[in-house]
Design a binder for this molecule. Structure first.
Ligand code: TYM
Length: 335
């Protein structure tokens, strides 16, 4: 058994490609942390079902998401990289956790409120409401210590902690209580056209979203058309200059240079220079990743074999934990 701390995180396969916020807010940390942690990365297809998905596309989007994890540097031999629906212990534990989660505490989740507001709460699904409880199950099945996510997920990890503590005090010590790991500087990447709202795979317009699998020309064009302001100064100021601040954050994530160092290096230069530099940096990183992802997707049978082997590795950890939970709550064992 590994003595490294256990790390768990996931992404929804809710689009053909991941967007740059997923990469900067999550994948970059995942790649770094997989060497010092016992890491598990999941493609959370059951979570994607909480809003309507096209059944003809979902399986392929799931493969594409897994391929992008690998292309971005997740090693499926070292880390465990699997698909959530391949390990039924996830929805099984979620059901148990649903029974100890308060309606009131689930109602306070801001992501539910935001997503439900789009369609009206009455037509939002019960699955969307219970989304954070399934996420808690994902995390708690693996004795997870660290959950690297963007800041939009912090509240869900806090709910996970509350539910774990409640279960432990009611039924005896069963779950490790996890901690969110959020890189403050890059915790939130904003839409290029609307730099006060979070960049999202489900944005109403595609113009402000940078996709990892997009054609490099398109990516460069989108970055060069990013909304800035009427001023000329390249300075980080989230309130007064959200567009420029967002570009500086992106550049800092892709180059490893601090924002103050970037501000100094752009002194006296214009927004055009900044945008070109950001576009070049993003394309230089995403282009080889895109090529690698497409290569992996060219051999879906091999990709499916990798995911199959990894689901077995995940099940070996999740299965016994679920059995323990079933015992703790008093379910009759099948003989
Ligand atoms: P998803 O697919 O919505 O997002 C995946 C990850 O990307 C981060 N992220 C961002 N970070 C910075 N700026 C953005 N604009 C941006 N957009 C997305 C998210 O914070 C997230 O880390 N509910 C999770 C999936 C999940 C999960 C889990 C995560 C299910 N079970 C267990 C951790 C542990 C989600 O947000 O997926």
């Amino acid at each position: 058994m590994s003595t490294k701390p256990r790390l768990f995180s996931g992404m929804q396969p809710s689009a053909d490609s991941l967007q740059i916020g997923n990469y900067i807010g999550a994948l970059l940390q995942w790649r770094e942390m997989q060497t010092t942690n016992d890491a598990i990365f999941c493609v959370v297809d059951l979570h994607a079902l909480t809003v309507p998905q096209d059944p003809k596309l979902l399986a392929e989007q799931t493969r594409k998401t897994a391929a992008q994890y690998i292309a971005a540097g997740i090693d499926p031999e070292k880390s465990i990289l699997f698909v959530q629906s391949h390990v039924p212990a996830h929805p099984q534990l979620a059901w148990i956790l649903n029974t100890i989660t308060g309606f009131g505490e689930a109602s306070r989740m801001t992501q539910f409120k935001d997503k439900a507001a789009k369609t009206g709460t009455d037509s939002a699904s019960v699955g969307l409401f219970a989304y954070p409880v399934l996420m808690a199950a994902d995390i708690l099945l693996y004795d997870t210590v660290a959950v690297p996510v963007g800041d939009d997920q912090k509240q869900h990890v806090e709910l996970t902690r509350d539910v774990a503590n409640r279960f432990n005090s009611r039924f005896g010590d069963t779950f490790v209580v996890p901690e969110p790991v959020i890189m403050k500087a890059t915790a939130r990447i904003y839409d290029l056209q609307n730099p006060t709202s979070k960049m999202s795979k489900s944005a109403a317009s595609d113009a402000g979203v940078v996709w990892m699998l997009d054609d490099p020309g398109k990516t460069a064009k989108k970055i060069k058309s990013a909304v800035t302001d009427d001023d000329r100064e390249i300075r980080f100021d989230r309130g007064a200059k959200p567009g420029v601040s967002n570009l500086l954050t992106i550049l800092s994530a892709f180059t490893g240079e601090s924002v103050p160092a970037l501000e100094a290096s752009f002194a006296g230069k214009g927004y055009g220079d900044l945008k070109t530099t950001v576009a070049d940096a993003v394309v230089a990183t995403f282009d080889p990743m895109r090529a690698r992802a497409l290569e992996l997707l060219d051999d879906p049978a091999e990709l499916d074999r990798i995911l199959g082997r990894n689901a077995e590795r995940a099940l070996a950890i999740a299965g016994p934990k679920l059995e323990l939970v079933y015992d703790r709550v008093g379910l009759l064992r099948r003989s």
